[in-house]
Design a protein around this ligand. Structure first.
Ligand code: NAI
Length: 256
């Protein structure tokens, strides 16, 4: 088990969570944060590195693509076996690398819609019968590109806008059962997904220099707000899509 650092109380002692896309990047940081605060976590990823990540955290891994037809069933079965119950579902797995629509072939359109949107609906539907009620939490990872236009990312952005609407729809459907559904819309976060793009001059100018806090975010900048939304402090929050973006949606920096 990883040494616990920096938290005076274990907000998630006795709680269980599933985090998809948890081998690395934002998902790894979310899993790390839950474990640091006392939760037991199932880490899901198609990348076999998820086993090493889970081992580091003393938790359980499932190597699985969220787009597989049996992904929901496998995730639920593994979670029930390893954790015994499901309190929190974080739909984080996603792919980047979108292009302008003219440069996006059918296969790529399908890949973005399946991975970044449809899989969330299917996995959530599979998890729902087992999700703790009242008190269950669903947290989806959208994007600021799902909340505002940004040229050159069309299929990705459309899928992420779908994630935001999925969050609102589900909050309405599940509120009466005591299940809270929220989303985070990250800005530019330094992960393997964005390493290449951060070297791009236009991206650098618009997305990083244009951010009021004048820096890229770190995975931990997302993990903290996810933990907040999963915590009792967020007991009256559902259906929100929270930008965690250094302020870029609210106010592009004056230099740009
Ligand atoms: P990343 O590429 O570093 O990590 C994503 C993880 O998801 C990887 O471990 C990958 O193997 C996994 N994954 C991808 N497709 C999968 C599939 N079909 N089944 C299972 N696992 C799969 O990316 P990052 O940055 O950590 O992204 C996490 C989430 O945050 C994504 O949904 C992404 O769209 C979103 N996001 C990221 C931003 C950023 O600037 N990094 C900005 C806005 C949103």
């Amino acid at each position: 088990m990883k040494e616990k650092v920096g938290f005076s109380n274990e907000r998630f002692a006795g709680k269980t969570a599933i985090v998809t896309g948890a081998a690395r990047g934002i998902g790894e940081s979310i899993a790390d944060r839950f474990v640091s605060e006392g939760a037991r976590v199932l880490l899901v990823d198609l990348n076999p590195d998820v086993e090493a990540t889970a081992r580091r955290l003393g938790q359980t891994a499932l190597i699985k693509s969220v787009t597989d037809a049996d992904a929901g069933a496998r995730i639920v079965a593994t979670a029930m076996e390893a954790l015994g119950k499901i309190d929190i579902l974080v739909n984080n797995a996603g792919i980047g690398g979108s292009k302008r629509l003219q440069d996006t072939d059918d296969e790529l359109i399908d890949r973005f819609l399946q991975t970044n949107l449809a899989s969330l609906l299917r996995i959530t539907r599979s998890v729902l019968p087992r999700l703790t009620r009242p008190g269950g939490r669903i947290i989806n990872i959208s994007s600021i590109f799902g909340l505002t236009g940004y040229p050159g990312t069309t299929a990705y952005a459309v899928a992420k806008a779908g994630v935001a609407q999925f969050t609102r729809q589900l909050a309405g459907e599940l509120g009466p059962e005591g299940i809270l559904v929220n989303a985070i819309a990250p800005g530019v976060i330094a992960t393997p997904m964005t390493t290449g793009r951060q070297q791009n001059a236009l991206y650098q100018r618009l997305m990083i220099e244009g951010t009021p806090l004048e820096r890229v975010g770190q995975p931990e900048d997302i993990a903290g707000p996810v933990a907040f939304l999963a915590s009792e402090d967020a007991a009256f929050i559902t259906g929100t899509v929270l930008p965690v973006d250094g302020g870029i949606l609210a106010a592009r920096h004056g230099k740009i």
